[in-house]
Design a protein around this ligand. Structure first.
Ligand code: CA
Length: 138
């Protein structure tokens, strides 16, 4: 029998800015996690469960806004989104166990960029829809 995931997942981190100390809490619901798990390959499933159980950083990148449609699980900096079949595609994101990510327009962390803290449900809001080609965690 498979071990039950410890859910909901709480990602808890803090980031100091010049202006103020800000805290971020992200939550992945049981239903979201189950849906994600059902569609992962065994290799991805291992990475996903490991990230959750060890509270390692992880980003879930979605093709559509409002965390919809196709997605990719990313657990480390990714220099070229073509490698994960997701170039110029991301429209929403959830970041777990990390304050956030920096999204770049070009591969190898180049070009214009946006900072996302925690999550963003619609990349139109940040003027970066279908534009991401590489990404770094904080
Ligand atoms: Ca998209």
């Amino acid at each position: 029998m498979k071990k039950l995931l410890l859910l909901p997942v709480l990602a808890f981190a803090s980031l100091t800015t010049q202006a103020a100390q800000i805290e971020f809490v992200n939550e992945l619901s049981m239903q979201e996690a189950q849906t994600i798990r059902e569609n992962l390959s065994s290799e991805q499933l291992y990475a996903f469960d490991n990230a959750i159980n060890s509270q390692a950083k992880m980003a879930i990148l979605y093709k559509d806004r409002d965390y919809g449609s196709e997605y990719r699980i990313v657990i480390d900096n990714t220099s070229n989104f073509r490698d994960i079949g997701f170039n110029d595609t991301v429209s929403s994101i959830k970041v777990l166990n990390s304050p956030g990510v920096i999204l770049f327009r070009d591969r190898d962390y180049g070009g214009d960029y946006r900072i996302v803290l925690g999550q963003e449900s619609n990349f139109v809001n940040i003027g970066f829809n279908d534009a991401t080609s590489s990404m770094k965690f904080f």
